[in-house]
Ligand binder design. Structure first.
Ligand SMILES: Cc1cc2nc3c(=O)[nH]c(=O)nc-3n(C[C@H](O)[C@H](O)[C@H](O)COP(=O)(O)OP(=O)(O)OC[C@H]3O[C@@H](n4cnc5c(N)ncnc54)[C@H](O)[C@@H]3O)c2cc1C
Length: 494
């Protein structure tokens, strides 16, 4: 053997070994396509980047959005030059993903215009106010405090101290169970089904019975259920206490103290997460078909374009969409509850409510279940010098003739018809997180449990973990590709 051969032989030998050894084989990063740029789709992209150490595991992430803007049901409306939340508006103090996003993206927290207990409330039955809090126009803190105490007494007298305490505790118990979804990876498994996810936290049973049944069993008075609780479920989900218990409890949590939103619009959470997650964003591009081709999916869009993705995530409710799946997928039928949000700049007509002066109309008019009630709620979004901006929620569209009855003057009116959230039923049935046993995932399967910005983020975080744990070249779920994280290190990692 000459000198040249003595030098090259070991090199060739080690090169062959290098090529044969699986750990040195260069895996191709996986392309991920996400349909929908709401908080669900944006959160999947964010958590995929956050939890994957290995740049070879997740490659290009593409988000398709049929609208011209991101955010989905987090959207704003501009009326008479001022901007308000039109869809998802309030966040709970324990919505920790939303709160982490706000910090991470340097967004500002906005508190409601009113101190929590200073908003006057009236419950309207279509003919009269069956309950109303006292209203003080005084700016003096002492008077406001006095009115607030008087209102608390009024509430306790009508609905009973114990009933109100039991309602509070019903919500607290649910919230504490929900907090388990922020536990670290060591304590919290990756969930392959919504049922498994709910059972693990102890929340599943709440979805098998109606809110009404749950609250009767919890010992609430029927007056409290028919009035105050109904007002809240009609405002937050446009539905009665026949909705499932978990969605009902989430709705009640959304009427507590410390609520907040993002200054300038909640949609900025989705926009910020997408901006910071190295995403290829395709706006105004609707996906119309998803076909499994063996080891990748072919997505076709209304622009006549085709995309290949190894992993595909559906981050929008499928109920009113006609995306063609090949092969077909099977999910339980689900109806969406349509909520008509009508925004009016003008002045309410006190006569409609049997009142003489405008200031007698409560700032929040809630309603009970009754066939002849044309709206679920009317609330003041802002008091201007001479008039106000109001938001009306209704199950049916508000006709102009009806609006002319309810309002004495209208400067501008904007109507939005939302396919807002599932129409909840008990017992609930769930679509799978994994739609085809391969790599087609569905974030909004969790919406049957409860629909909110935070629950979408919670579901998306689990989907990101599920994707990483099931990547084709994955051996086990403790693979280094899945970075450990828990709620305590969220702030620093984010
Ligand atoms: C009136 C109203 C009030 C609400 N109030 C609250 C509240 O106070 N607090 C709260 O937490 N939640 C509230 N919610 C619920 C909350 O807004 C939603 O649960 C949450 O925003 C859902 O986010 P998502 O990302 O899962 O879905 P979405 O926000 O619906 O995002 C899905 C996106 O997918 C896009 N898309 C759909 N099909 C396609 C396709 N084929 N190709 C490409 N893109 C597609 C859609 O355009 C949309 O942008 C409210 C909702 C409504 C409507």
């Amino acid at each position: 053997m000459n000198n040249h051969h003595r030098q090259t032989a070991p090199f060739v030998f080690f090169s062959i070994l290098f090529l044969l050894h699986p750990s040195h084989a260069q895996p191709h990063p996986h392309t991920v396509c996400i349909i929908g740029s709401g908080i669900g789709g944006a959160s999947v992209a964010h958590f995929l980047r956050l939890y994957s150490d290995d740049p070879q595991s997740i490659g290009q992430i593409t988000i398709f959005e049929r609208n011209g803007v991101v955010g989905g049901r987090m959207a704003t409306v501009t009326i008479a030059g001022e901007t308000f939340e039109a869809g998802g508006s309030i966040l709970h103090p324990k919505n920790y993903h939303a709160s982490n996003y706000t910090d991470y993206l340097n967004l500002q927290v906005k508190k409601p215009n009113h101190a929590d207990d200073s908003l006057s409330l009236g419950i309207w039955d279509g003919h009269k106010f069956i309950y109303r809090t006292l209203n003080s126009n005084s700016k003096l803190p002492i008077i406001q405090r006095f009115v607030s105490i008087a209102n608390s007494i009024k509430l306790l007298v009508r609905y009973g101290v114990f009933s109100l305490l039991r309602m509070d505790s019903f919500v607290e118990v649910m919230l504490n169970k929900f907090l388990r979804y922020y536990e670290g990876f060591e304590a919290r498994p990756v969930f392959e089904s919504v049922e498994g996810m709910l059972k693990w936290a102890g929340l599943y049973n709440l979805t098998t019975r109606t809110l009404g049944d749950e609250l009767v069993e919890a010992g609430l008075s029927s007056l409290l259920i028919q009035e105050l609780v109904t007002v809240i479920t009609r405002i937050n989900y446009g539905q009665s206490v026949n909705m499932s218990g978990l969605a009902g409890a989430v709705s009640l949590a959304g009427s507590g103290g410390g609520l907040w939103s993002v200054e300038g619009g909640n949609w900025q959470m989705a926009a910020g997460l997408i901006n910071r997650s190295d995403v290829d964003l395709h706006l105004q591009e609707e996906i119309e078909s998803i076909s499994y081709m063996g080891d990748f999916y072919e997505l076709n869009s209304t622009k006549g374009k085709s995309y290949s993705c190894q992993v595909t995530v559906v981050a929008t409710p499928l109920d009113e969409l006609d995306i063609l799946f090949n092969p077909r997928i099977s999910i339980p039928p689900r109806k969406l509850q349509h909520t008509h949000a009508t925004f009016v700049r003008g002045l309410l007509n006190p006569g409609y409510f049997g009142l003489k002066v405008l200031s007698d109309i409560p700032e929040l008019v809630g309603t009970i279940e009754s066939d002849d009630l044309p709206f679920s709620s009317i609330s003041i979004l802002k008091q201007h010098e001479k008039d106000m901006t109001y938001k009306i929620f209704s199950r049916e569209p508000m006709t102009d003739a009806l609006l002319d009855d309810i309002f004495s003057s209208r400067v501008e009116t904007i109507k939005i018809n939302w396919g807002a959230y599932p129409h909840y039923e008990a017992p609930e049935r769930y679509a799978p997180f994994i739609l085809d046993n391969n790599h087609l995932y569905y974030v909004n399967a969790f919406e049957n449990a409860a629909s909110s910005m935070e629950t979408s983020a919670v579901s998306a975080e689990n989907i990101a973990r599920l994707i990483l744990s099931r990547l084709p070249d994955k051996v086990d779920k403790n693979s280094p590709n899945l970075k450990s994280g828990d709620s305590s290190d969220m702030h620093s990692e984010l």
